[in-house]
Design a protein around this ligand. Structure first.
Ligand code: UD1
Length: 388
């Protein structure tokens, strides 16, 4: 199917979980728009599979259905990673791709990179070099290993190149291109579902104060009863100042119920929603007075939209959102959070600015660079085969 017929094999583009989709959508259209790139094949590992976590987002983003679905589903990290590897290998053999394109830091990113590199297929990593320096986060391990394996590393912010240099990655492999997540944001913002209609449906009455948006799913915040109880109590207090709307991730929903915390959230000023679609989420983000989150992507989206963001973590792998954007790290520091909420409501929230390269054209830059890189490689490869 690929290199055996003398033509360049396709670009094998991998997605697995929700935050991958908004990164891959602009890449896939930029790849398919260029005649000097081989065709792009979309592989879905099936790490996320619920309609709300998956199909709805594909639809909102205009992503075509995957060409291949590995249907791995949930499991422990080891089981999920191993199962993706096992099922991805024959697909790689079948397509003989020119390269495997992976995005972000989920288990699918790591698993497919490992399979590819052992088969001598180059790995292209989009959103390389981000580091929280917290190795208890599964995503940090995925980032570290994927970047060691990748042949081409595309970065979103300057700190990434410094991190990669420190880890011994050759500078010629690293390319600053900007942020593909913001490509999706800017492209879809005009089609966002108005927040008023989502709030109406959720039965949250917001009056003149507006509302705050909550998203939480990190194991450090939601997996242990103490941490989740603390978070829930903080949210209750914030909701006395500002109504909150919270699209709840399935793992968080399960833990709220298991730890008996759902009842603590049954107040008229907090609306718990199922996971939001992409266009619904954009509408909520753009209209929120502030956002409380532990998501990586939401830290970037709020910076791009100039919405104050309080991140319930002690670190971030996206430091530019704090240095230049609207993000503040607050951990679970109740007093600090309440104080910052007051400041934001009084109009003293961070305004920030949009970082360089977060301009809606990152995918285009990646496609252009990749076309040149593959062409140079195609010339260099036969030469290296005949050299002694
Ligand atoms: C994964 C990513 C994380 C990303 C997040 C976004 C890794 C290590 N983590 O975490 O970086 O920010 O996705 O959502 O890859 N579940 C469903 N339906 C689904 C998917 C999951 O109900 O469609 C439930 C399952 O009970 C599952 C749990 O959520 O066990 C966790 O899902 P999983 O994909 O393993 O990790 P996330 O926490 O979503």
């Amino acid at each position: 199917m690929g290199a055996a017929d003398g033509k360049q094999g396709p670009l094998l583009c991998v997605v697995g979980a929700r935050p991958n989709y908004m990164k891959m959508a602009p890449l896939l259209s930029a790849f398919r728009a260029r005649s000097d790139l081989p065709g792009a094949v979309l592989v879905h590992t099936g790490q996320h599979y619920d309609w709300l976590m998956n199909d709805q987002l594909f639809r909102d983003l205009g992503l075509p259905p995957p060409d291949v679905n590995l249907e791995v589903g949930s499991g422990s990290h080891a089981v999920q990673t191993a199962e993706i590897m096992r099922r991805f290998e024959p697909v790689l053999d079948d397509y003989a791709p020119s390269c495997v394109v992976v995005v972000g830091d989920v288990n699918s990113t790591l698993a497919c990179s490992l399979v590819a590199v052992k088969k001598h297929v180059p790995v292209v990593h989009v959103e390389a070099g981000l580091r929280s320096f917290d190795r208890t986060m599964p995503e940090e391990i995925n980032r570290l290993v994927t970047d060691q394996l990748a042949e081409v590393l595309y970065t979103t912010e300057p700190a990434a190149a410094q991190n990669l240099a420190r880890e011994g990655i050759a500078p010629e492999k690293i390319h600053f291109v900007g942020n593909v997540m913001i490509d999706s944001l800017l492209a879809h913002l005009p089609h966002a579902v108005p927040a008023a209609s989502t709030l109406d449906k959720a039965g949250l009455s917001v009056d003149g104060r507006g509302f705050g948006l909550v998203t939480l799913h990190r194991p450090s915040n939601v997996d242990e009863p103490e941490a989740l109880t603390e978070t829930v109590e903080i949210l209750r207090e914030v909701s006395e100042r500002l109504p909150l709307v919270w699209p709840v991730h399935p793992r968080t929903r399960a833990h709220l119920e298991r730890f008996g915390l759902a009842a603590r959230l049954a107040t008229p000023s907090i609306a718990l929603l199922p996971p939001a679609g992409y266009l619904e989420m954009l509408g909520l983000l753009a209209a929120a007075r502030l956002v409380l989150t532990d998501s990586g992507g939401v830290q970037e989206e709020t910076t791009a939209l100039s919405i104050p963001c309080l991140t319930l973590r002690d670190n971030t792998e996206r430091p530019i959102t704090v240095e230049r954007g609207t993000n503040t790290l607050v951990g679970r520091d109740r007093k600090r959070i309440l104080c910052l909420v007051e400041a934001i409501l009084a109009g003293r929230g961070k305004k920030g600015e949009r970082p360089e390269g977060w301009d809606g054209r990152a995918a285009e830059r990646i496609a252009a660079h990749l076309a040149g890189w593959l062409a140079r490689r195609a010339v260099a490869e036969p030469l290296s085969r005949v050299s002694p």
